[in-house]
Write a protein that binds this ligand. Structure first.
Ligand code: ADP
Length: 418
């Protein structure tokens, strides 16, 4: 079936058309038929980009003021005889929506009924920048395609299996009760997909294995996966916690915040912007948030780029060690995301000296593994290390198929308190 996958932000809508079904999923043969986006929604020069494999990229400009007009434009272009690929919009049999926050309500992907939509709205307080934009995309798509099923796939859902000792913060318990202030974690679709795919490659049954998945893109997070379930993850209440990222600081002493507010007379808004947009690889290196640029500058002898790179790998190493302890020793470590898939240097530096825990990197295989999938450890390595390209849109399309076939895995209800 052809599925429209939508990732709606406040001023953009990214989309893909993916052909998949249960048979294709099993054979790992889902096909991406088209991908693209509308950006600068709300401005006079909104841009549409459509890429169809085997065709040259199509671009167009219009004034697009809201999401409904953006999605109508996408569909018009997709059925355009010259630039598109569909005969008519009826070929789209379902729509999958990326939703950032599912709070404690959603532990798996769901059909978007009116009740579900209301519950997603109630989660907006936890993700005020993201959920309202995701819902704007849903309302627009639902108005245009009211007769096909719409499915919500949450970034947080997969981590809902974390036990309370992993998700609670060491602050007064009343804040958890009153505001649901706890670790949620993100990138759940990616952690779930690459852990599944790694086991498929190795011929393992995922419910029998312990895995550490490292999603390293512009945002970065790890997950500790025990017998198919996420038991811990490095992003927290927001995506700011954990690893050093492109522009986000990751972990830091929280006392730095009031100290800086006093010493630099910074406002909360300025602190928030500094931690989310001006920190990480960018803030430390002063070069770029893009790992490729940091690597280039490092190769030319730039010392701040070098320390930013080493901080990135060192933090990752520490988290792998922490999750190895949490799991009682992993069976495999998996790298994904733009950096995880494409940077042998990051993998090499991170895993150096981890033979004590059973990781024996095959340096040649690691150096050659760029943008491909497979093992990068020696045949004798007790812990396997794999690179698995992620594809969050594909996971969303697959979840649509699972939900429509009643196959979405159900999890034990998370541990909660009164
Ligand atoms: P997003 O989180 O936005 O989806 P990606 O998963 O595409 O991002 O990852 C973007 C990151 O991947 C950037 O830091 C980019 O520099 C890095 N990256 C992409 N290709 C390479 C490469 N060949 N070597 C090192 N880093 C790379």
């Amino acid at each position: 079936m052809k599925i429209l996958v939508l990732n709606s932000g406040s001023s953009s809508v990214k989309f893909q058309i993916i052909e998949t079904d249960l048979k294709r999923m099993k054979a790992h043969q889902d096909t991406m038929l088209a991908t693209g986006l509308v950006e600068k929604i709300g401005l006079s020069d909104s841009r549409l980009v459509l890429k169809i494999p085997g065709k040259s990229t199509y671009q167009d400009y219009h004034e697009i003021l809201e999401h409904r007009a953006a999605i109508e434009w996408v569909l018009r272009t997709l059925v355009d005889p010259e630039h598109g690929l569909l005969k008519n919009v009826e070929e789209i049999e379902a729509v999958g929506h990326r939703v950032v926050h599912g709070g404690e309500e959603f532990a798996s992907s769901v059909l978007m009924t009116p009740d579900v939509v209301e519950m997603i709205e109630s989660c907006s307080v936890l993700a005020p920048l993201h959920n309202p934009a995701n819902l704007r995309g849903y309302h627009a798509a639902h108005a245009i395609l009211p007769d096909v099923p719409h499915v919500a796939v949450f970034d947080t859902a997969y981590h809902q299996t974390m036990p309370a000792h992993a998700y609670l913060y060491g602050i007064p318990f009343q804040f958890y009760k009153k505001h649901h202030l706890r670790r949620y974690g993100f990138h759940g679709t990616s952690h779930r997909f690459v852990s599944f795919r790694a086991c498929q490659i190795l011929g393992w049954k995922r419910p029998e294995k312990k895995l550490i998945t490292c999603h390293l893109g512009n945002g970065c997070s790890l997950a500790a996966i025990d017998h198919g379930k996420s038991i811990d993850t490095s992003m927290g209440f927001t995506p700011l916690e954990g690893l050093l990222m492109g522009t986000r600081s990751g972990d830091l002493d929280p006392a730095i915040i009031p100290w800086l507010m006093a010493m630099e007379e910074m406002t909360l808004h300025q602190i928030n912007t500094m931690l989310n947009k001006h920190s990480g690889l960018y803030g430390v290196s002063g070069v770029s948030s893009d790992m490729r640029e940091v690597l280039k500058a490092r190769a030319k002898g730039n010392q701040r780029a070098d320390v930013a790179f080493r901080m990135f790998c060192y933090r990752l190493k520490k988290y792998i060690g922490a999750y190895a302890a949490a799991l009682g020793g992993p069976d495999a470590v998996i790298f994904t995301g733009g950096i995880g898939e494409n940077s042998p240097e990051v993998r090499e530096w991170t895993l150096e000296g981890m033979e004590y825990m059973g990781i024996e990197l095959d340096h040649e295989k690691n150096a050659a593994m760029v943008g491909d999938e497979g093992e990068i450890t020696t045949p004798d390595s007790k812990v396997k290390v794999l690179v698995v390209p992620t594809n969050e849109e594909k996971v969303i399309a697959r979840d649509v198929v699972r939900v429509l076939n009643g196959l979405m895995p159900t999890f034990d209800p998370p541990e909660t308190f009164d």
